[in-house]
Design a protein around this ligand. Structure first.
Ligand SMILES: [Zn+2]
Length: 426
């Protein structure tokens, strides 16, 4: 059970921005001020991805970019009542108004959910929400994960009782994208540098689009984008993020919700047909991906309990009688599905069925009901199938395509821009 968490306010964001600005490295780099666009930030124009020569000029020169501070909820720690925390070097604790409530050098202790407020090591500040900000480029270690950025620690309450902690890391977009590239892709394989660059350029606009949609912190799991801490960073990932610094995909001069998935199974899907976007978006309309056809096929067993649980959750009755494809795309992916309960039926986007039944994709080709009532499925592909296919991107990278060609394939007609306030506000 989770107590309500107040939405992040601009004030809080500014407090965090201030905390980050105190970092020495940060201060030494005025172009990274998270809230002020660089002088030429709004002058960047959209270029078709295929125009490699023009793009080289665009991203070859050091382009100062806008870099918002992104809030990321660390889901693995959500609700815990005590967490080991370590800071090497100087640190301070700020309240929501940016006032310093404690500071020190070296911290090795626990974050605890105390009825009087969040406890940080030996410090009890009487605050239900505070920011623990390491100075300089110091890293925070929480349990077995290390992070850069400032940590917002919130207390979850049930009445007067403290029931747990909620951690939100605030860090510059580029640092966040590095953690996403390392979370979403195996980064040390040979020949996949261009796929990592493509992933970075997709991850930026997706994060900003999703952040705006959530009206709150992003999650560090696959429900937004998998984000990993410092221990997961590799030189190849750092290079991919640095070389594409600030670049985002756009559609009609707005940030593109650049979806990605593990493996398409032979063709990527149309986001509008799957109900992911309200109206058709050319850049998300799907593309053939021949090399993925023979990728790993899967089989899955959905237990009778899970099927019946889905029937009850959707108010279809007490048990599931069947699952039928209403509409498939040319590649055989189910676009719309009918879930047939013993009393009612539900027609909707097949992604609903995929998530409810916990199966790898909606491109399944065989479904057999076993004698124990479980459903046995065989299919191909992993994930929703929209946008960039990570498996295909790696294959294309190894075959010599560059990141612009990879993105142009999976997001046909998308533009490429440096991030601007105009894009953020659109
Ligand atoms: Zn693919």
């Amino acid at each position: 059970m989770r107590a309500p968490v107040r939405p992040e306010s601009w004030l809080l964001a500014l407090v965090v921005a201030c905390a980050l600005l105190m970092m020495a490295a940060w201060a030494a780099s005025p172009a990274r001020d998270p809230w002020k666009p660089a002088m030429n930030a709004d002058t960047s124009s959209t270029l078709p991805l295929e125009q490699a020569a023009t793009l080289a000029a665009l991203h070859g020169a050091p382009v100062p970019t806008l870099e918002p501070v992104v809030p990321v909820r660390l889901m693995a720690f959500e609700g815990e009542s005590a967490l080991r925390v370590t800071v090497r070097g100087a640190w301070e604790i700020l309240d929501e108004n940016g006032l310093r409530r404690a500071d020190g050098h070296e911290l090795d202790g626990f974050l605890r959910a105390d009825p009087t407020g969040v406890q940080v090591g030996a410090y009890l500040c009487g605050l239900d929400r505070l920011i623990l900000a390491p100075a300089g480029d110091g890293a925070l270690r929480i349990e077995n994960e290390s992070y850069t950025g400032a940590l917002e620690v919130g207390l979850l309450r049930e009445g007067a009782r403290a029931i747990g902690l909620s951690l939100v890391l605030h860090l510059p977009l580029e640092d966040y994208v590095l953690g996403v590239v390392c979370g979403e892709m195996p980064t040390s394989a040979a020949g996949i540098g261009e796929a990592l660059r493509a992933q970075a350029v997709a991850a930026r606009p997706y994060a900003l689009w999703q952040w705006n949609r959530r009206k709150g912190a992003l999650r560090d799991t696959a429900s937004d984008q998998v984000f990993r801490g410092l221990d997961w960073h590799t030189a190849a990932a750092r290079e991919a993020v640095e070389e594409t610094r600030g670049l985002v995909l756009t559609w009609q001069n707005e940030l593109l919700s650049a979806f990605f998935h593990a493996e398409c199974g032979g063709s990527t899907a149309d986001a509008a047909a799957l109900g992911f976007v309200r109206k058709p978006v050319g850049a998300l309309s799907g593309a053939p991906d021949p090399g993925c056809e023979d990728a790993r096929r899967w089989t899955a067993v959905v237990s009778a309990e899970r099927l019946d649980g889905a029937a009850r959750a959707l108010n279809l009755g007490n048990w599931m009688r069947g699952i039928h494809a209403i509409e498939r795309d040319d590649a055989g992916r189910m676009l719309r599905t009918r879930l047939l309960g013993d009393q009612e039926h539900f027609d909707g986007p097949s992604e609903e069925a995929r998530v409810r039944l916990g199966v790898p994709s909606t491109a399944w080709t065989a479904a057999v009901v076993r004698s124990d009532g479980a459903l046995e499925l065989a299919g191909r592909g992993r994930g929703h199938g929209i946008g960039l296919c990570q498996n295909g991107a790696r294959r294309r990278s190894k075959l010599g395509e560059n990141w612009r060609q990879i993105l142009a394939h999976y997001f046909p007609g998308a533009g490429l821009q440096t991030l601007t306030t105009k894009l953020l506000d659109a």
